[in-house]
Structure formats: structure tokens, C-alpha cells
Design a protein around this ligand. Structure first.
Ligand SMILES: O=C(O)C1=C[C@@H](OP(=O)(O)O)[C@@H](O)[C@H](O)C1
Ligand SMILES: C=C(OP(=O)(O)O)C(=O)O
Length: 448
């Protein structure tokens, strides 16, 4: 097992000196709780970059304080942006598309959002030379389709080590605009990155998707937020054609949504423990795709309340299985479903998620390996996995330096004695307070 890349852990991380957490099983039905979930990573990093590029001042409240957002703010500050953080609010003076600092060396940690949103945003400025370095894993994750698309729009971007991967150097002299085609089948973030930059191109930018987009909803979140920051893009329903007017963002005040991906772990906690968890600060009125995990918990037999002010999941003594599901549109939740699948009464097959092999770890392989270690029968496919019902045995699990592997598999410990998770600090990529929140729901966590 490779060592975690501790350089990517920001000052907002915690637990980096904790080797392992042991999780004690809960008594059936004891989780009865209301919980408030931290801000959305996807909203936070989009809003930060839009506010930094915008004309005027923005005040964003409810930001996520995690490694991914820390590195985003850090990069913006190194570009000369005034970004003052107080608690979960940040005040930003936008640069109207001209980064105040013209030469900078940036480090973006393991954040896929920053890695895919920043190159275009850097290229739009009239002049400047920016070097961008990422974590070891982020430097293995794909960016070439995005960089090629930016190059067709006139961007000058060099690969400093391996062709097609971080680290990069952007020699900025503006983007032309015009027509560009980009694949969406490896990452939707490439398209969001182009859209964000597009509004600062000299002419209208027209984006065509020749194949398909792995997670449409994230592109829609980008388009919606662009509108909130004053830019009205035009797009068709399936997002195969999008055009972005030349113009620029306008600063604003905004309260950001809670993170639906983080919320899902707590709903899963209720599902497997015959408990009740109410998410206080999320409703179905969100475009975050992971909210649709409520449909999956319902399919497994849980009762879901979709209130106008909250979402509540009530588990049952025996979860139902025996189904196949495409997780393409909410693929960050593949690991959550795989982790709870052994507790269902029939096998669960997850399909269409080949792209998650390029996430923070090869997630399909990681979760299959760890489930097998617990004695669970699993079949691994190129684009998914099949998990059979079983009684997991208590072992120490590896996190693969992947926050979602750690958060999802920690759920097993609430049902099975003897489960521990090594390197729990990796959760700080998106939720440094994950184990604290776990404890607040009544789970006993021992740190060693
Ligand atoms: O744009 C975003 O905020 C995200 C897009 C998705 O990435 P991919 O489309 O690369 O899978 C998702 O997995 C990630 O957690 C957040
Ligand atoms: C894939 C993820 O992150 P990233 O933004 O780094 O792509 C994730 O959070 O599951």
C-alpha cells in the first residue's frame, strides 16, 4: 500500500497523526438523530473561482472548509485575489478576468475540481505565466481532453513532466472563443472547466459533446451557478450543445448548499442500522446528483421523507437486494452502495462507472479488495462490481488515501465488530469533520 500524500493535506485537515480509527458496532435502532451537513465541495469551488474572476465583491456563506477548498482559496490568493475567510464565510474581491499577479507557482492538492477548473481560468488573462502542481494522485488523473480543448481556443499550456498530466505551465494570453468539441465520458469536470473560462473568451464559445457526459448534473450545476453570477449560457436538454456569451461574471452574495455526497453516508448509517437520520439542511431542491441516493435507500426498503425543509431516512431490520443499478449519474456514491450491499438480502450489481477508476483511487478495485478482505464475495467488472450478501469479518481496512473509500467503508464498522480504518485523515479532502459527525450520531470511534 502506497504512503498517503500528506502534502495534499491542508491546514484545514485533521487526524493526520492518527494511524487508525476503530469503529464500534451500534445497537439496532439506536441512531435517532438530526444532523447538519457541511457545505458542498462542488458549489464551494465553483463559486470561489467565479467570484475571483468576477467584477466586484462577492460574499459566499456556507463554504466547505476542507482540503479541496483550502487549496482553491490558496491558489486564488497566490494569484493576487483578496479572499478573506471567517468561519464558513469568504469575502472575495474579483479581478474582472485579469489576475493581479502575473507569475505564480500554485499547488492544488488532490482537488479534481481545481485541477479541471483552473487551467482555463488562468488562460483567460491577457498575460501571465503560471505553474500548477498537484498531488501525486491528481498528477495521474486525466486532464488531456481539457488541455487540448483549451489549446484549440488559443491557450498555451505545457506539460512539465509527463505528456497529458500535471504539473502544467500556463502561458496566458487570452482565449479566442469559437467552436470546440470535447468528450465527457472520462470526466464532466472538463466541460465545467471550459464553461467557466468561456465567458472570458474574446468571442462566444460553442461547446459540442460528441459522445456522452458521465455525470450531467455537475455540468448543470456549473451552468446554473454561472447564471447566478450573471452569465446566461444557452444549452439543450441533454447538454450536447452549449454556448457561452462573451462577457464576465458579476460578484454577488450567495449562501451555498450543503454537500449531498457527505449527507449520503449518514442516510446509509440509518439504512443499515434500522435507525433514523434527518438531514436538516438539504432538500430535494438541489441539482447535486448524489441526492438521488434516497431513491436507492427506498428501493432497499427504507422509508424516505422528502420534506420541504429536510430529508429523513428510516432504515429497516433487513435491507433488500437483488437488483442491478447504473450509478453513472451519481458515481461518487458507488462506494457507499458497495459498502452497505453485504447487508442486503440479495446481490447488488453496480454498472456504468468505469470512470471512477480514475478518481482518488481506482475505486472499483479498491472497494472490491477491501470487501474481499472482510470475506464478502464480490465480482469485479471493468465498469462496476457485484456484491453478494454476507457477514463481514472485522479487519483493518485501507483507505487508499481516498476520502470516499474511508467514509463508505467506515459504515461497515457500525455493524461489524473489529473494523478499523487506517489513515482516517484522508477524509479531509471533502469532510474533515466526518468522524466527529459520526460520533455525534452515537457511533463510538476510537482514535489511535
Ligand atoms: O464537478 C464537480 O464538482 C464534480 C464532478 C464529478 O467528477 P467527474 O465528472 O470527474 O466524475 C464528481 O465525481 C466530483 O466529485 C465533483
Ligand atoms: C471524484 C471526487 O473528487 P474530485 O473533485 O477530486 O474529482 C470525489 O469527491 O469523489
Amino acid at each position: 500500500m502506497g504512503k498517503p500524500d500528506l502534502r495534499a493535506r491542508s491546514p484545514w485537515s485533521s487526524l493526520n497523526d492518527v494511524k487508525s480509527v476503530a469503529i464500534a458496532p451500534l445497537k439496532e435502532g439506536t441512531v435517532q438523530t438530526d444532523i447538519t451537513i457541511p457545505g458542498s465541495k462542488s458549489f464551494t469551488n465553483r463559486a470561489l473561482i467565479m467570484a475571483a474572476l468576477a467584477k466586484g465583491t462577492s460574499e459566499l456563506s456556507g463554504i466547505l472548509r476542507s482540503d479541496d477548498s483550502y487549496w482553491c482559496i490558496d491558489a486564488l490568493q497566490k494569484l493576487g485575489i483578496q479572499a478573506e475567510v471567517e468561519g464558513d464565510t469568504v469575502k472575495i474581491e474579483g479581478c474582472a478576468g485579469e489576475w493581479p499577479v502575473k507569475e505564480a507557482e500554485l499547488y492544488i492538492g488532490a482537488a479534481g475540481t481545481v485541477a479541471r477548473f483552473l487551467p482555463g481560468a488562468l488562460a483567460v488573462t491577457d498575460d501571465g505565466t503560471f505553474t500548477v502542481e498537484a498531488s501525486k494522485r491528481m498528477s495521474e488523473r486525466p486532464v488531456q481532453p481539457l488541455i487540448e480543448a483549451l489549446q484549440t481556443l488559443g491557450a498555451e499550456i505545457e506539460y512539465l513532466d509527463k505528456e497529458g498530466f500535471y504539473p502544467l505551465r500556463v502561458h496566458a494570453h487570452g482565449l479566442t472563443g469559437g467552436n470546440v468539441s470535447i468528450s465527457g465520458k472520462v470526466s464532466s469536470q472538463f466541460i465545467s472547466g471550459l464553461l467557466l473560462a468561456g465567458t472570458y473568451a474574446k468571442e462566444q464559445l460553442k461547446i459540442n459533446i460528441p459522445d456522452y457526459i458521465v455525470q450531467h448534473a455537475y455540468v448543470k450545476i456549473t451552468l446554473d451557478l454561472m447564471k447566478e453570477f450573471g452569465v446566461d449560457a444557452v444549452f439543450d436538454d441533454d447538454l450536447t450543445e452549449m454556448s457561452v456569451p462573451s462577457g464576465g461574471f458579476i460578484g454577488r452574495e450567495m449562501a451555498l448548499e450543503a454537500d449531498a455526497s457527505t449527507a449520503s453516508y449518514f442516510m446509509a448509517l440509518a439504512a443499515i442500522n434500522n435507525g433514523r437520520v434527518r438531514i436538516n439542511n438539504l432538500t430535494m431542491q438541489t441539482n447535486q446528483p448524489d441526492i438521488y441516493m434516497v431513491d436507492v435507500y427506498e428501493k432497499m426498503g427504507c422509508t424516505v421523507t422528502r420534506d420541504k425543509d429536510y430529508i429523513e431516512v428510516q432504515g429497516i431490520p433487513q435491507l433488500k437486494g437483488d437488483f442491478e443499478i447504473s450509478m453513472k449519474e451519481m458515481s461518487d456514491q458507488t462506494l457507499t452502495l458497495a459498502a452497505i450491499a453485504p447487508f442486503a438480502d440479495g446481490p447488488i450489481t453496480i454498472t456504468d462507472v468505469e470512470h471512477i477508476r480514475h478518481h482518488e483511487s481506482d475505486r472499483i478495485h479498491a472497494v472490491c479488495t477491501e470487501l474481499r478482505k472482510m470475506g464478502i464475495q464480490v465480482k469485479e467488472f471493468s465498469d462496476g462490481l457485484k456484491v453478494y450478501p454476507g457477514k463481514p469479518v472485522g479487519v483493518e481496512l485501507h483507505s487508499y488515501d481516498d476520502h470516499r473509500v474511508a467514509m463508505a467503508l467506515s459504515l461497515v464498522g457500525t455493524k461489524v465488530p473489529g473494523i478499523s480504518m487506517e489513515d482516517p485523515g484522508c477524509v479531509s479532502k471533502t469532510c474533515p469533520t466526518f468522524y466527529e459527525l459520526f460520533e455525534k450520531t452515537g457511533v463510538s470511534v476510537t482514535y489511535s
